[in-house]
Design a binder for this molecule. Sequence first.
Ligand code: HEM
Length: 469
Amino acid sequence: MEVEASVTRPHRARRLPTIPTALGLLRDPLGTVERLGAEAAGDPVRIDLGLFRPYLLTHPDHVGRVLRDNCDNYPREGMMWRPLRRLFGDGLGGEGAEWASSRRLIQPLFSARDLTERLDGMAATITAGVDALIREAGPGADTGTGAGAGGGRAVDAEAAMTRIVHDTLVRLFFGGRIGADDAQRLGRAVTTAFTSVTWRMLAPFVPESVPMPGDRAFRRAVAVADDVLLPLVRQCRDGPPGDDRRDLVTVLCHATDADGRAVSDRRVRDDVMAMFGGGTETTALMLTWLWVVLDAHPHVAATLRAEVDAVVGAGPVTAAHLGELRYLRMVLQELLRLYPVGWIIPRAVRDDDVVGGVRIPGGSTVILSPYLTQRMPRVWPDPLTFDPSRFDPERAARQHRFAHFPFSGGPHQCLGGHLFLVEASLIAAATLSRCRPRLVGAPPRPKAAVSLRPDRRVWMVLEPRIARS
Ligand code: HEM
């Protein structure tokens, strides 16, 4: 006879109050979420927003239950995802059989092994991008050719990082297939789509029939993406098959799904968009936060510069340097802990479940937040201190798998995690080997949009490096 070990009746989650929360979310989304996280202190709680009453789960055990251990019960569906479907479609950005088919085709292209072959090409694109940035910043920056002696111009850090990331992804995804004008139109459309959908994502309780700020700009951005991508996909399909080009569009156009059918034009468009949308703003914002954090922590910046000097010297940075940039890797992990750009991960609940002793009813929504879990004092002592040594490989190995989940986890784990780490390492090392970014103006604070972004523009000057001995 089977005996159930210890059966405790699931209790109801504590409710956090309705009106102040709803108003707070509209007025100060991140501050309100931080307050809710502090009140929850790791316990499941229910946020009462009137018609919409999601559960907030912050404890790493609870996060693991949703993302990995019982993930079939928590599909990526529901009100908060709906607005993004219009941009990304139903493949890689969706759920179910179509998502699985896209994921199977694309994941191998972005694995560590497959990317290795393409790293030298990436390093060359990135070095050219950093050189162009330094030229744009003017004579204050050291181009490595001896030019420049102070007085450079301030550059918008996010715009500068976006340009370099964008050029890198355009090469990886389109090879030489896309013209510069179309690449720029697509880049602008992605930025507009992400900024304009913020209200819909943060206020999912507002019905779609009620117009919201950003709706029109979002629709226009989706139309531009269609306009650029669909003709490109058709051209690629009509071109000669079987060449050995490994860019994303070519691979998808000549692939077949599990049933042996060609991938439709619409699906290629959707999946390229999901990769492009998922990879541009996230990486550019993380790099923007990197310059903010290095400016605020001179001792971290000095240690990092010493490593880059020892490994890369006067450059240029190459793929061969990556394995030796160990401190840089730790800095990036700590950056992802405190400034996880994917700060909120909602899921629908299919059937009733019990999480942390609390009954989570089918049909409801759960919200996970890397931002809250990764700043929880009971998980990360002294959580607000920026300390890369937390990610010393031995120390990091002792951490709970879901104490740090900036790339999510389980079947939907980010496809670009490895790409981000190599791309960001190359961009950071290329920049630091040539100049010393310094912030101008007051440091920004994090602000919640679709991504976690600075609450003001970040301006920086690129000071020349003092000549190395
Ligand atoms: C710092 C950089 C990045 C962060 C913080 C980040 C974060 C995330 C998170 C949190 C998810 C999971 C969403 C969920 O569980 O529902 C995700 C999924 C995804 N990311 Fe990233 N991402 C980053 C970079 C990239 C890059 C560089 C790419 C591609 C070029 C990319 C492409 C994707 C895709 C396609 C998915 C959907 C995967 C799926 O559902 O199967 N991401 N990302």
